[in-house]
Design a protein around this ligand. Structure first.
Ligand SMILES: Cc1cc2nc3c(=O)[nH]c(=O)nc-3n(C[C@H](O)[C@H](O)[C@H](O)COP(=O)(O)OP(=O)(O)OC[C@H]3O[C@@H](n4cnc5c(N)ncnc54)[C@H](O)[C@@H]3O)c2cc1C
Length: 414
């Protein structure tokens, strides 16, 4: 095990690596470029709504085992809350139809055999037709693997894969889609219970990790952007942060847990995904109706998922590049109209905020997926982590934690 490990980047992947290594007894230093940990998974106080909000609504599932183990390791698993059963209410804004998908609480996908629990107007054969996704290779397109049309596609497969891949499903990697289907729908309701950090992403997944790391003697550096590596032979020799330089001893190691663009700039020649997609979130300050479910799937409109938080209704729209240049007020009005219909609320636009994360995730297409590197680099003491590394999953918290855990284990063995 190395003496000291420097983790570059305090997103979920960097923090999960840091927590694992600090818990194993390593001296850990975390270097974060910004003044706040969390990266793409963070909370902040928003003056427009006068609320602490997350940069984006993040949904975890009970089958996200690495993410839950990470939350357990920092003592906040109970902060991830959701219904007791894997039930997903949906509304179709075009027709007004409402239904509830009830995946139950089994380890097997028994719900597909029960007409009252599956998607209305679908039969068992529709679900069997999804099987080719399960063994599809990552180089195949979803659109060439299953028929991207029909009731089951519109009411379940499209919303699920759009949320998971953040691309229009037909253009997505069938291998990545297959991993999602295997770990969710096929794993039964026990793996599909929706979980949300109701008190906020930072309060549940980020700040407790920082506190734990400090308690274990780790040093956390904010505003400490790595600008350059100095290499000596096949090892990292120095970390250059602009004003200061840190020498890496022969028994030290480095985990680079930054997004693909800075990673490629720091390591010339590193192949990384280079195309990204946006996610748009809208937050409205209002009390959700008492009947509002914590998460509502919405089809047939602009809104895709509607989340009910205390004092706030919040919306996620994936693959949101088409909305990046739309005037903010116009976008807020359009989304609010959908929210009123979906949640059964009325009234003028309340205080709102729109957060458009331009590079929310790498593009989960076969082409971009093929550019994801593994954790090992040409340098013996340097390992990669991040949702964009080759995790076998799309860009998700679960993938980030897996990558952080994997990098930590490799450091531990080095
Ligand atoms: C709006 C939105 C909604 C999402 N919804 C979901 C969801 O519902 N469910 C889900 O599972 N996932 C979701 N995701 C994906 C999830 O947020 C990411 O997969 C995860 O947060 C990525 O973590 P990471 O550590 O890999 O990268 P990042 O979070 O990008 O962390 C990298 C860190 O490195 C820092 N950094 C960059 N360069 C340097 C440098 N040179 N030196 C030091 N530090 C540096 C950055 O500031 C950042 O803090 C969503 C993402 C977004 C944006």
């Amino acid at each position: 095990m190395p003496n000291t490990v420097h983790i570059i980047g305090a997103g979920i992947s960097g923090l999960s690596a840091a927590v694992r290594l600090a818990s194993a007894g390593c001296q850990v230093h975390v270097h974060e470029a910004t003044q706040q940990a969390g990266g793409r998974c963070r909370s902040y106080f928003d003056t427009a709504t006068d609320l602490t909000i997350d940069n984006g609504n993040h949904l975890l599932l009970s089958g996200n085992h690495h993410a839950l183990a990470y939350a357990r390791s920092i003592g906040t698993e109970a902060g991830l809350v959701g219904p007791k059963r894997a039930q997903f209410p949906f509304v179709d804004l075009a027709t007004g139809l409402r239904w509830q998908l009830d995946l139950g609480d089994s380890r097997l996908p028994l719900w597909v055999f029960d007409g009252t629990r599956r998607v209305p107007d679908t039969g068992l054969l529709d679900y069997l037709a999804l099987m080719p996704l399960i063994w599809a290779g990552p180089e195949k397109l979803v659109g060439k693997t299953i028929a991207c049309k029909g009731v089951l596609y519109q009411r379940l497969v499209q919303p699920l894969l759009l949320a998971a891949l953040n691309v229009d499903p037909p253009e997505g990697s069938a291998g990545l889609a297959g991993a999602i289907v295997r770990e969710t729908l096929l794993a039964g309701g026990l793996a599909c219970r929706p979980l949300i950090a109701r008190e906020g992403l930072s309060a549940v997944l980020i700040e407790p990790a920082i506190e734990l790391l400090k308690k274990k003697g780790a040093r956390i550096w904010f505003g400490h952007e790595l600008r350059e590596f100095t290499m000596s032979a096949d090892r990292v020799g120095e970390l250059k942060f602009g004003d200061d330089t840190i020498a890496i001893g022969p028994d030290d190691a480095v985990v680079l847990a930054v997004p693909p663009r800075p990673a490629a700039a720091l390591l010339p020649g590193l192949k990384t995904p280079a195309k990204f997609r946006a996610i748009v979130n809208a937050h409205f300050r209002c009390d959700p109706p008492p009947s509002a479910p914590p998460i509502l799937g919405v089809v047939g409109g602009l809104v895709e998922w509607l989340f009910a938080f205390p004092q706030r209704l919040s919306v996620t729209i994936s693959n949101g590049d088409r909305l990046i240049d739309m005037p903010r007020e116009e976008l807020a009005q359009a989304i609010w109209r959908d929210v009123c219909q979906a949640a059964g609320v009325q009234g003028e636009l309340p205080p709102w905020q729109i957060v458009r994360e331009r590079r929310a995730t790498f593009e989960a297409t076969p082409e971009q997926n093929a550019l994801r590197p593994g954790p090992v680099t040409a340098f013996k003491n340097l390992f990669l982590a991040g949702d964009w590394t080759a995790t076998g999953l799309p860009a998700t918290i679960e993938g980030s934690v897996r990558s952080g855990d994997r990098a930590a284990d490799l450091v531990d063995m080095s």
